[in-house]
Design a protein around this ligand. Structure first.
Ligand code: EPZ
Length: 427
């Protein structure tokens, strides 16, 4: 079992390059199935979620050619299978996007129920409601989600809650449906806009992505395209918080500052100095962070995927902060790990009351999910001395070359096997 070994207590200093957005990539890769011609996808992050999806596409019959580390060519013409098994999905949330993509391509899809990070119940009722409104029949049979349609027809769909996944899945199913589909109360995240731009670059007719109402006029064919994925908002935010939390000075390059507004606003409240450039932000922190309250919300609110990282920063702030989770039922499972490092956090339902302590102490901790794992790394970098982070496969799902990028900023972090651990050697 691999883990990260961190010798913390040093400020992060320097420049870091941000990769392509995971949550855009995991929607765009299944979307290639809707094309009648090969597509070239660029700026793909080198993360395990991307390799899992590429291997699923290949098992469905698509031909994948690697162009370089971050670009692939995908020819979906021979993708004749429509079943995504549990083994292919590997517990990924984004495997659910094969439902919309295969339904849009073949009028039929059978996909293992999505897994992903454990934040409590993660239903897909809004995805199903959307498919049904487009004319599909959806059933759960033998543990698989089965969706079929004679023909998909455009429809008006009001989402009962803002859902990224349902918005994406309905876009995928509707893009080649007959007539007009309107998604109301749609999610507005940057990756929704990126998916719409990708589909439009193949000849789709999607308007309003990035607003609460998305209009999709179905087209018969989608042609090939060459498309570069946007920078990862959450990877950027994670390095911004890591810079502030370690009292560092880091320029985060290859970002879209507009996507980072809510994160910038909150970091400024904690006392960080932020300079914005066209495609970079510089984050500098001197002294102890100030307290602040945060509530996570769908975009353009403060992203839930930054909640564990910012809570870790606030754990050493002067004063008491309240962090309220406005998207997921159970996204405070990491708090137990943070308290092992000396944080003083009380969780009451959807809120965490964080009483700032002066320092975190090094400890062996676990990544309970992807962003929680990033938060544990930040905590390890903050605490003077040696910490370890276990269960790092969660982190590898979404952060490209994290040890290399952090080492480039002066961090002392290594990926080790259990048998390399200093305690094992002493024993
Ligand atoms: C996406 O998950 C992201 N995953 C998550 O990021 C992110 O936390 C989430 O959006 C919110 O921004 C991917 O893009 C692959 P939702 P998704 O549907 O689509 C409820 C990360 O760390 N809901 O927007 O699964 C749901 O329970 C990952 O990169 C229903 O009730 O999230 C939740 O409370 C973790 N019924 C809320 O809506 C549904 O049918 C938002 O979920 C769908 C959702």
């Amino acid at each position: 079992m691999e883990k990260f070994l961190i010798n913390g207590g040093k400020p992060l200093i320097g420049r870091v390059h941000i990769s392509g957005a995971k949550n855009a990539a995991v929607a765009i890769l299944p979307a290639v199935l809707l094309s009648d011609e090969p597509c070239i996808i660029e700026n793909l992050p080198q993360i395990s979620d991307v390799s899992t999806l590429l291997s699923s596409l290949s098992k469905l019959g698509a031909e994948i050619k690697t162009i370089n580390k971050t670009s692939v060519s995908i020819d979906p013409r021979r993708a004749s299978y429509f079943v995504v098994t549990k083994e292919m999905a590997q517990g990924m949330r984004a495997s659910s996007y094969f439902l919309g993509a295969l339904l849009g391509r073949n009028n039929k899809a059978r996909v293992a129920p999505p897994g992903g990070c454990d934040f409590g119940v993660r239903p897909i009722d809004q995805h199903i409601k959307g498919f049904e409104a487009l004319g599909a029949y959806v059933a759960i049979e033998n543990g698989m989600v089965d969706a079929r349609a004679k023909e998909l027809r455009g429809s008006s769909i009001y989402l009962d809650m803002v859902s990224v996944g349902a918005t994406i899945n309905i876009m995928l199913a509707a893009v080649k449906a007959k007539g007009l589909t309107i998604i109301e109360n749609a999610a507005r995240e940057p990756h929704i806009v990126d998916l719409a731009n990708f589909l439009n670059s193949m000849g789709a007719d999607i308007m309003g992505a990035g607003t609460g109402v998305i209009k999709i006029r179905g087209v018969e064919h989608l042609h090939g395209t060459q498309y570069s994925i946007i920078p990862d908002q959450i990877e950027a935010g994670t390095y911004m918080v890591a810079a502030a939390a370690t009292g560092g000075d880091v320029t985060i390059e290859n970002v879209t500052p507009k996507h980072l507004e809510s994160i910038i606003a909150k970091l400024v409240e904690t006392g960080a100095e932020i300079e914005e450039f066209d495609e970079a932000v510089r984050v500098k922190m001197t002294g102890r962070p100030r307290r602040c309250n945060i509530k996570t919300m769908p975009h353009p609110g403060f992203p839930t995927d930054m909640q564990p990282q910012i809570a870790t920063l606030l754990s050493v702030a002067e004063g008491t902060s309240i962090v309220t989770e406005g998207v997921w039922e159970g996204r405070f499972r990491y708090v137990e790990q943070l308290t092992l490092m000396g944080a003083d956090i009380q969780v009451d339902g959807k809120s965490a009351v964080i009483t700032g302590v002066k320092n975190l102490k090094p400890a062996p901790v676990r990544a309970v999910d992807l962003r929680a794992g990033a938060a544990m790394i930040i905590a390890g970098l903050m605490a003077e001395g040696q910490s370890t982070v276990e269960d790092i496969s969660h982190i590898d799902r979404g952060y490209e070359l994290i040890t290399e990028k952090l080492s480039g900023l002066g961090a002392d972090i290594k990926r080790i096997n259990d048998y390399d651990a200093p305690s094992a050697k002493l024993a």
